[in-house]
Design a protein around this ligand. Structure first.
Ligand SMILES: C[S@@+](CC[C@H](N)C(=O)[O-])C[C@H]1O[C@@H](n2cnc3c(N)ncnc32)[C@H](O)[C@@H]1O
Length: 257
């Protein structure tokens, strides 16, 4: 009997021609595991079995070696919320943030970003995800106002208005083979002028020019759609199954028009 291929390997096999349904099925399968292993804390990955110092944010703690192995020590949610914190601390980047600003968590998964935003007092957050299984688990936490189960692609999502959101966060979602480069333009469309698009993207997806992610970002900059506020190379996985998965860019754009 053929051995069942695990979802981590199936993600690595995806290419730009893979149907979006393939990643949806893999994420549906991953949802209960992701829900258990995503680490929610600020900037610190706990030592195995270690004590956390910020209990409000450490609601889901990765405590066993097996758990860290399974999500590869993923930190995308922590990075993107750090990007958010840094932007709202700077009036030049984001003027006058109120706790009720409208935020969209794209690829929300089981709610790791939502959990951290809630701990900061942000109350008007919607979740979008391709996987209903992920959203079902997120819904149990009472973090989000509205749920949109749909794939982010390079085509227009009619259920989201242009300039509907003050901030769009997208942690660990935009990956070669899973999301098309044109989806970045769609995220830019969701954001109000003066608002933010904050995302992480693995370096092995962003750096190859022919994958189209970096050129799409640059095109939007050249046409005056947005201005770069932050781009840093950061560790995304502390325990990657392949070394090329270790680093990502944490990127913040301020949308201008
Ligand atoms: C690595 S998980 C990250 C989840 C969450 N953002 C976090 O940081 O914990 C990626 C999430 O993106 C979702 N996703 C993947 N491709 C997507 C797409 N094309 N459209 C919407 N969601 C997608 C998956 O279902 C999954 O929940």
């Amino acid at each position: 009997m053929a051995k069942k291929v695990g979802y981590n390997q199936r993600f690595l096999n995806l290419t730009i021609d893979s149907p979006v349904e393939e990643s949806k099925l893999a994420y549906d399968e991953m949802a209960p595991v992701w829900d258990q292993v995503t680490i929610v804390t600020d900037l610190t990955i706990f030592p195995l079995g270690g004590k956390h110092t910020q209990p409000r944010e450490a609601l889901l703690v990765c405590t066993t070696k097996a758990q860290i192995m399974d999500n590869q020590g993923y930190k995308g949610h922590i990075l993107c919320v750090e990007g958010f914190d840094r932007a709202v601390d700077s009036t030049e980047v984001f003027a006058n943030p109120q706790k009720d600003i409208k935020i969209l968590d794209v690829g929300a998964g089981t709610g790791a970003v939502g959990e951290m935003l809630k701990a900061r007092g942000f109350t008007n957050v919607d979740a979008l995800d391709i996987s209903q299984e992920m959203l079902n688990l997120a819904a149990k936490r009472g973090l989000y106002k509205n749920f949109i189960c749909a794939p982010l692609t390079d085509t227009r999502m009619e259920m989201i208005d242009t300039a509907e959101y003050d901030v769009v966060l997208c942690a660990g979602v935009i990956v070669y083979g899973q999301v098309k480069p044109g989806a970045i333009e769609e995220c830019a469309r969701f954001v109000k002028p003066g608002g933010l698009f904050i995302f992480s993207i693995r370096c092995d997806s962003y750096d190859p020019i022919d994958y189209g992610f970096s050129s799409t970002c640059q095109k939007l900059e050249e046409t005056g759609k947005w201005r770069l506020a932050l781009k840093e190379k950061r560790e995304l996985h502390s325990n990657p199954v392949e070394e090329r998965l270790r680093y990502c860019y944490l990127i913040t754009y301020k949308v201008l028009q």
